[in-house]
Design a protein around this ligand. Structure first.
Ligand code: AMP
Ligand code: ZN
Length: 479
């Protein structure tokens, strides 16, 4: 039975999805204003591993991870660079997707963006006001924390200690210093959207409440993110979803990854002590980086240093050598013919045991270091036994299991693993490219460049992709 640590209850609980075999999962994604650092990459890799393990266990996972494409950081950076917020977002979404590919993250079911959900956001803010838990002041809308009695259920910060324990933003317009912004009135030079409170933009927390509900429905099963998001982001998300939609527990299991640190300090952009994921992935074998990212249990801190990555490189080398030895032995046996030996029985036994042991570790709140240590025990057995094994089938089975278990950790070895992944990846990439072209077409239409818009549609048509305009926007199919 899979057990997961739930931040909401502070306990390891049996994992029981709300809807049978379907798991609905939302993970806070990057703010696309800069290059993700290797700490962000840890969060991405951790939740990808969790998703892969759930799929391995036979669950059908709907996996949503968003792009925060409008907030103060986005606006400041775009202004510094003299480009629009949309241009900035496009650049760093592309960067995220490139990194996701190198880290071997499975494509999300959907990567929604905050700016695509303004109507939903406005509707939610309106509901919170109507329910008496939000108020407007000069075009800003705030969530009234004292009016929401369950506030603090996730972070467990007592209401009366909130101002002293947590960083609360000072703003004289607020009725109470603990209140937080749901909607911010337009300031000069900032992108804005029409709303019942005048032009403005959403507060940061609004988007995740809205997109979780939009794509997964409330309540859903798993919400993930780094531990820095427990307060205020996730606390506020729960408050918003409950206050707007009247659902007491909008998310069943809250999972939070520990920080990646550099010499024990949290890696963060504001501290300036960070390596971008790009730098790290260009410098080291991406497979080894992915392996390094799961060498720690996901809730514990993980220190980033040269030694740790080099160890991961050596570990990967050991795995690959064992796999190569098996492949080599298989081709010899294909020539000389199979004959069963004592080593065959031992390897078959080790192959069965490693799967059981791997599952036991992963069932314990996704204990990847434990799972890896079982894989290395198996690798040692492979090294000891392979040259004495007489049956190719036993080796093939050992290879298949090694490949499968590593695949759950996001590490692809062997041509088969790569080919299988590659096909699905290629389809996802195609979808992403077509969606992106349709976005460019929409932008062309908005700026009345109809010739460009038609060129995109016609070109896709000649490539066998038919674009259809519906009242909900364009869709496409392979014709
Ligand atoms: P951001 O782009 O800052 O919104 O972060 C994207 C994800 O990375 C969030 O889930 C963060 O909680 C997570 N994150 C940020 N810094 C770190 C870190 N040093 N270690 C692990 N996860 C982090
Ligand atoms: Zn979020």
């Amino acid at each position: 039975m899979l057990k997961v640590y739930n931040t909401r209850t502070r306990e390891k609980e049996d994992f029981e999805p709300l809807d049978g075999n379907n798991v609905r999962m939302y993970v806070c994604g990057p703010t696309v204003y800069d290059y993700p650092h290797i700490g962000n990459a840890r969060s991405f890799a951790v939740f990808d591993t969790i998703r892969r393990y759930l799929e391995y266990k036979g669950y059908r996972v709907t996996y949503i991870t968003n792009f925060t494409d409008i907030d103060d950081k986005m606006i400041n950076r775009a202004n510094e660079e003299g480009i629009t917020v949309t241009e900035l977002a496009t650049r760093f979404i592309a960067e995220y997707l490139a990194i996701a590919k190198q880290l071997n993250l499975k494509p999300a079911t959907v990567n929604p963006r905050a700016t695509e959900h303004m109507d939903d956001i406005i509707e939610m803010v309106d509901l919170i006001i109507k329910n008496g838990i939000g108020y407007e002041v000069d075009g800003d809308v705030y969530f009234s924390v004292p009016d929401f009695k369950a506030y603090g259920s996730l972070s467990r910060i007592p209401m009366n200690q909130l101002s002293s324990v947590a960083r609360v933003e000072v703003d004289e317009k607020k009725r109470d210093p603990r209140d937080f912004a749901l909607w911010k009135a337009e300031k000069p030079g900032e992108p804005s959207w029409e709303s019942p409170w005048g032009k403005g933009r959403p507060g940061w927390h609004a988007e995740c409440s809205v997109m979780g509900k939009h794509y997964l429905g409330l309540p859903f099963d798993i919400h993930g993110g780094g531990q820095d998001l427990i307060f205020p982001h996730h606390e506020n998300e729960i408050a918003q979803s409950s206050a707007a939609y009247g659902i007491e527990v909008p998310v069943k299991y809250w999972l939070h990854n520990g920080f990646l640190t550099i010499d024990s300090d949290k890696m963060s952009k504001s501290e300036g002590n960070f390596s971008t994921a790009r730098e790290v992935l260009d410098h080291y074998d991406p497979q080894a980086v992915r392996l390094y990212l799961v060498t720690g249990q996901y809730r514990q801190p993980l220190d980033y240093n040269d030694k740790a990555v080099k160890q991961a490189i050596q570990s990967l080398e050991r795995i690959k050598n064992a796999a190569d030895a098996m492949t080599g032995r298989i081709s010899i046996l294909e020539k000389i013919g199979s004959r069963e030996t004592e080593a065959d029985k031992k390897l078959a036994d080790a192959t069965r045991k490693v799967r059981e042991a791997f599952e036991r570790e992963m069932d314990d709140d996704f204990n990847t270091p434990g799972a890896l240590s079982e894989i290395f025990t198996f690798v040692r057995e492979i090294n000891t036994l392979t040259s004495d094994v007489g049956g190719a089938a036993v080796l093939r089975e050992a290879m298949a299991v090694l490949t499968e278990l590593l695949g759950i950790l996001g590490i692809a070895i062997g041509d088969d693993a790569l080919a299988g992944e590659g096909e699905g990846q290629a389809v996802e990439t195609l979808k992403g490219v077509v969606d992106f072209l349709l976005e460019l077409r929409e932008e062309a239409r908005v700026s009345k460049d109809f010739a460009k818009a038609d060129q995109i549609r016609d070109r896709l048509g000649t490539l066998g992709i038919e674009v259809m305009d519906t009242k909900d926007g364009p869709t496409w199919k392979m014709s």
